[in-house]
Design a protein around this ligand. Structure first.
Ligand SMILES: [Zn+2]
Length: 121
């Protein structure tokens, strides 16, 4: 089993946790100190120009080519979140938590939870 630190990546820049100083965990996602620094710069910049207009969704200002380049990044985050969810569920199973309770927590049936998260080994 690989060390968890090798597995965890920043959900924003996709750097490994071992390649940055600090990674902070959210629900199924992570952010590194470098991306937090970038976020702070953006927030500070927006404070200076007193911009109140939200810039979301991002695709509003993107070309089709830029959106196509962005898609694999979203897919990588989705894979990371799925992987993380799988680890959390696997940990619950080591605590003998039933598939019924896991399914209920995720708003799915016992059967669906088992099919999605059963160990592949
Ligand atoms: Zn990052």
């Amino acid at each position: 089993m690989p060390d968890w630190k090798d597995k965890i990546r920043c959900s924003f820049c996709h750097k490994k946790s071992t390649d940055v100083s600090k990674v902070i965990a959210g629900p199924g996602v992570h952010i590194c100190d470098e991306c937090i620094g970038l976020c702070n710069s953006i927030l500070e910049e927006e404070r200076l120009v007193a911009s109140t207009a939200p810039r979301l969704p991002m695709w509003e200002t993107m070309s089709a080519e830029q959106i196509l380049e962005h898609l694999p990044k979203i897919a990588a985050v989705q894979a990371q979140v799925d992987d993380n969810l799988r680890d959390w569920v696997a940990h619950l199973r080591t605590k003998d938590v039933s598939w019924e309770r896991i399914g209920a927590s995720l708003g799915m049936t016992r059967q669906s939870a088992w099919e999605r998260f059963k160990s592949e080994t």
